[in-house]
Each structure stands twice: as structure tokens, then as C-alpha cells.
Ligand binder design. Structure first.
Ligand SMILES: O=P(O)(O)OC[C@@]1(O)O[C@H](CO)[C@@H](O)[C@@H]1O
Length: 305
């Protein structure tokens, strides 16, 4: 069974405003509220493609209750209940572009952190843990080591989609897959990714450091995948972007939906990933995936090394 762990879930509030000014009241419209957080988005997208997963995370307050209730309609949820209130993240679309305001998240104290570690220790069917997103208040980066050590003790695999600088050390623990973007690769691994030559070299550096597979996303420039043998490139579908929130999570999940079960299926997995990510960027939240097949027609995947 795949489990997703969202250390810092959120209700995403997507709103639109024609103006953004400190001088006037900024009236907003078209509010869309969705139960989210990076790992939850992965579970929802996997479910769309017929792959079961279970959701782990820290949840509290009215917002936490809402997320657990809504998520449970899609996948089993195993919450660790915290005392604070799960955050609400704001995504504001304006004529100039999108503003993202992720909140820090309610505190998760040490007993709750241990409760999660024990919960994972007790999972008899754990095959792969997807750890996604930021750490809330109260949790330091060493917690990622604790989580991964529990997963490894159980003989399971793990996927990391985190932007914490500690990712540099965590790759030494041999993640099955990491999904950085170009900014994260530059900031965390200190390597430039301006040209294809840079990118291929960066992928080798990260693989040599311990990541078994790397899915490097580059927004409008598409994505690269490296499995230690070959490097693939897929272009990005051209779409009218409404909100990029959730697109990266959907890209990761849709890739996993084909590739986890059969790791030779890189081309179809990358095609599905790029089409799904583009479709999600056309709507607030994850949207309905309605245009994935159509967008997939415009994706070309090639081996570049
Ligand atoms: O603060 P994090 O955990 O890095 O990101 C949280 C978040 O922005 O990521 C998702 C989109 O990827 C949203 O659903 C959610 O609000």
C-alpha cells in the first residue's frame, strides 16, 4: 500500500481580485475552498488514476476536521490529532499574476510527532511512503530522518517532495524518487540548471549523492527524469494558467500512478505527468482532470542521454 504523509496540511482558499492595493479594500470573488496539503493532493490524484493510497497527517481544529472529513470520501485517512488549528493557505489570482500565501501551520509537539512515528511503525502493509511538503511549527528537519529510518526499518521505499535544505543530506538515505524543481536543485544542491548540459550534470550529481530516481520539474520548460541509466525530457503542454498550486503534486502522483508498478513505463508516465500537471494549472485546486487525454497529445518524451 502507498501511504502519503502531509506534515503540514492546509485548506487552500483560492480567490480572485481585480486589484491589489494597500490604499483600498480589495474585494475578492470566485472563492474556492479545498482540502489540501501536498501529500493529500498526491493521494487524490492517485485515486483519480485508480491507485489506492492512505493518507497520514497532523490535523487540528475546524479546518483539520473539514480536511479529514472531505479526504475520507476519497481515501482512508489516519490522522494524528493536534491541539492547534490546521492552516488556511491563500492563493490570490490578480491581473498581474498569482500571489501565494502559505501559512506556517499549527504547532506539532513532540508527543504528537512520536505518535506519528509509532503509527507508521505499526503499518503492516506499508510499501511506499510519499513524504510531501513543509514542516509545521515545532518540527525540525531531523524529524525527516526519524521518519525515513522507520520506513527503512520496515523495508519500505520512500519518495520525497520537500524543499527543505536538509534534502541534501536525506538523499544519502536512498529515496526511491525525489521531485525537485530548478530553484530547489540550485538552492539545495548548489548546481546550476540553465542549459540541458547543466541539467544532465545536476541529475548525475544528485543520483551519485543517493537519490535512486529524480523527476526534475521546470515549469514551462517541461521536466527531466533520470533513473541512473537514462535521462528523459518531456515538454510542457501549453495552457492558460489559472493557478499553479497543486500542479506539482498532481505531476508527481500521475507519474507514480504508472511508474511505481512498472518502472520501465517512463514514457507513458512522463506523458501522463505533464498532461495532468498542465490540466491542474488551468483550475483552482486540483480541478477535474477533464483535459488530460487531450493535453497528452501535445507531449513529446525523448531520451536525451
Ligand atoms: O507549505 P507546503 O507544504 O510546502 O505547501 C503547501 C501547499 O501550498 O502545497 C499545495 C500545493 O502544492 C497546496 O495544496 C498547499 O497549500
Amino acid at each position: 500500500m502507498i501511504y502519503t504523509l502531509t506534515t503540514n496540511p492546509a485548506i487552500d482558499m483560492n480567490i480572485t481580485s481585480d486589484t491589489i492595493s494597500t490604499e483600498h479594500v480589495n474585494r475578492t470573488r470566485d472563492a474556492v475552498y479545498t482540502p489540501n496539503g501536498k501529500g493529500l493532493n498526491v493521494s487524490f490524484t492517485l485515486k483519480h488514476y485508480g491507485i489506492d493510497s492512505k493518507i497520514l497527517g497532523f490535523f487540528g481544529g475546524f479546518s483539520g476536521d473539514y480536511i479529514v472529513r472531505e479526504a475520507a470520501k476519497v481515501c482512508p485517512v489516519m490522522p494524528v490529532q493536534i491541539d492547534g488549528i490546521t492552516r488556511v493557505n491563500v492563493f490570490l489570482t490578480t491581473p498581474e499574476g498569482e500571489y501565494k500565501f502559505p501559512n506556517a501551520g499549527a504547532e506539532v509537539n513532540r508527543p504528537k510527532q512520536e505518535e506519528m512515528l509509532n503509527l507508521i511503525r505499526g503499518l503492516d502493509d506499508l510499501e511506499c511512503l510519499v513524504v510531501s511538503g513543509s514542516l509545521p511549527t515545532g518540527i525540525g528537519p531531523a524529524y525527516y530522518d526519524e521518519l525515513i529510518d522507520v520506513v527503512c526499518e520496515k523495508g519500505a521505499e520512500f519518495v520525497l517532495d520537500i524543499s527543505h535544505p536538509h534534502l541534501r543530506q536525506l538523499v544519502e538515505k536512498g529515496p526511491l524518487l525525489i521531485k525537485p524543481n530548478d530553484e530547489e536543485v540550485a538552492a539545495i544542491f548548489g548546481v546550476d540548471v540553465k542549459s540541458e548540459e547543466d541539467i544532465v550534470s545536476a541529475l548525475h550529481t544528485i543520483h551519485d549523492a543517493g537519490a535512486k530516481n529524480i523527476l526534475l520539474t521546470l515549469g514551462g520548460e517541461g521536466a527531466y527524469f533520470f533513473n541512473g541509466e537514462h535521462v528523459w525530457h518531456a515538454n510542457a503542454a501549453k495552457v492558460d494558467v489559472l493557478s499553479t498550486a497543486c500542479a506539482g503534486d498532481a505531476t508527481l502522483a500521475s507519474f507514480l500512478s504508472l511508474w511505481l508498478a512498472d518502472r520501465t513505463q517512463v514514457e507513458p508516465a512522463l506523458t501522463r505527468a505533464m498532461a495532468t500537471g498542465a490540466n491542474v494549472a488551468m483550475s483552482a485546486g486540483l480541478g477535474d482532470f477533464a483535459l488530460v487525454d487531450q493535453l497528452a497529445q501535445s507531449i513529446r518524451v525523448e531520451i536525451v542521454e
